[in-house]
Ligand binder design. Structure first.
Ligand code: HEM
Length: 413
């Protein structure tokens, strides 16, 4: 039986500690959660992501007060009511739009930092897998949000993406994957219409944010035991370093506590980030909004070029240069490739890519290839663009197939 001091004042430190073990929680989660000293500003991206997600939730709540999930009213509720009638409605919309775009930029930086430093290996596999789950959930969140203003791009992107689910024609897998009426089941209609908007609205404002919050908690939990990696990939004796830190030998120790030391550095990087964030919100919000989506949805008028937002362009371009069925398989491959990274990289070496020979080349080719894919994804699929797109898509697939062979015989750095 736990000991409770009857004389302790309700809600005093002692009273709360006896009931919630707040001292232990504080130790485990902040003051004795040790972070390596040898890290740079790229390790602030995780907290920047958490902060941006917070801003998306707050701005989203304000937008939700006036948004109407009705195909006849949605477009005007966003472009007229929120943008012109509601005080500062435009500001919340710009914050939400810019936040949705920037969150992907930071996710990609965060992912590529992890790849560069090999932070998905040596006990950190679950960090990577939960991170990838967050990537998928954020992608679904962004896609469902894009449907809500019910503009031309909302409608037609919705049409194109849901059509993908009807792509498993009988000649693929001997018909085993052929579900007649599957696309209509997803849409709740023959074309994107009210049922479609209602369910994407529910996903965007309820189910997906809830799942994201749960997976963020999981992502943080997966970090606690293996601890974050460091610039050299060094294996740190955390207990010994923590002891030195607590004895006041901070210089000799290789670690700092999560709070307040690591967090205060994060807050500094966050400050710089938010200067950029609000500069974009006030002066360049248009980069996060497609002009075509300022025309109301029209099922009888297909836009000349249908393309997704910039953060989906690379995976869209892995699909586009191929014939329909092969394209679908390539697209599915692109979606799972990054999940498999900890298992495709066969080298036990945890070190920055520049000390990993062939892997260094692999890393930079991947980065450049994804930029090329993104540029091609935006251009119309004609002539030379088509050829470059095809080569870049094949390179992407080839990179993931060759990774185990490249890393198998890697020498210790
Ligand atoms: C979108 C929401 C996300 C949030 C809020 C988030 C948050 C964090 C935080 C706070 C850290 C610790 C500090 C740092 O290294 O930045 C971290 C580390 C990490 N995250 Fe994420 N993350 C997210 C998405 C992702 C994604 C998409 C991936 C890629 C698969 C990923 C993979 C990792 C890895 C590998 C680490 C360990 C870094 C290391 O050990 O050095 N995270 N994350």
């Amino acid at each position: 039986m736990a000991h409770f001091d009857e004389k302790a004042k309700p809600f005093s430190h002692q009273w709360l500690n006896e009931r919630l073990a707040i001292d232990t929680v504080k130790k485990v989660m902040s003051s004795e959660y040790w972070i390596p000293k040898d890290i740079n500003f790229l390790w602030a991206m995780g907290m920047i992501l958490a902060a941006t997600f917070g801003i998306l939730i707050i701005s989203g709540i304000f937008l939700l007060m006036y948004y109407q999930p009705d195909t006849a009213k949605a477009f005007d509720s966003v472009n007229y009511t929120i943008m012109t009638e509601v005080g500062y409605g435009w500001l919340w919309r710009h914050i939400h739009g810019v936040g949705a775009s920037l969150v992907f930029l930071i996710i990609y930086i965060h992912m590529f930092t992890g790849i560069y430093y090999g932070s998905y290996k040596r006990g950190r596999e679950m960090i990577w897998l939960s991170g990838m789950l967050l990537f998928v959930l954020f992608s679904a969140e962004a896609f469902s949000g894009y449907m809500l203003p019910w503009g031309q791009m909302s409608y037609w992107a919705g049409m194109v993406i849901t059509n993908l689910f009807g792509g498993f024609t009988p000649d693929l897998a001997g018909g085993a994957l052929n579900f007649p009426g599957f696309v209509e089941w997803i849409r709740g209609d023959y074309v994107p219409a009210q049922a479609f908007l209602s369910r994407f609205f529910m996903l965007h404002v309820f189910l997906l944010p809830l799942a994201i919050i749960g997976v963020i908690v999981l992502h943080f939990a997966t970090l606690r035991i293996p601890h974050v990696n460091n610039q050299e990939g060094a294996e740190i004796d955390f207990e010994e370093s923590a002891k030195l830190y607590k004895e006041g030998k901070k210089k000799e120790s290789k670690v700092i506590p999560f709070s307040p030391v690591f967090l205060s550095k994060d807050v500094f990087v966050m400050g710089v980030y938010f200067i950029l964030f609000f500069y974009l919100v006030f002066f360049h919000f248009d980069f996060a909004m497609d002009p075509v989506n300022f025309d109301p949805a029209d099922g009888l008028k297909t836009p000349a070029h249908i393309y997704p937002e910039w953060y989906f362009l690379w995976s869209y371009e892995v699909l586009r240069p191929f014939s329909y069925n092969i394209g679908l398989v390539a697209f599915a491959f692109a979606q799972v490739a990054f999940f498999l990274l900890p298992f495709l990289d066969k080298s036990p070496v945890v070190a920055p890519a520049n000390r990993r020979g062939l892997f260094n080349i692999w890393f930079w080719v991947l980065l450049v290839d994804m930029i090329v894919l993104s540029v091609m994804g935006k251009l119309p699929p004609e002539g030379a663009w088509n050829v470059i797109g095809l080569v870049a898509a094949l390179t992407f697939i080839g990179l993931f197939i060759t990774l185990p062979f490249i890393t198998k015989n890697e020498k210790k750095a």
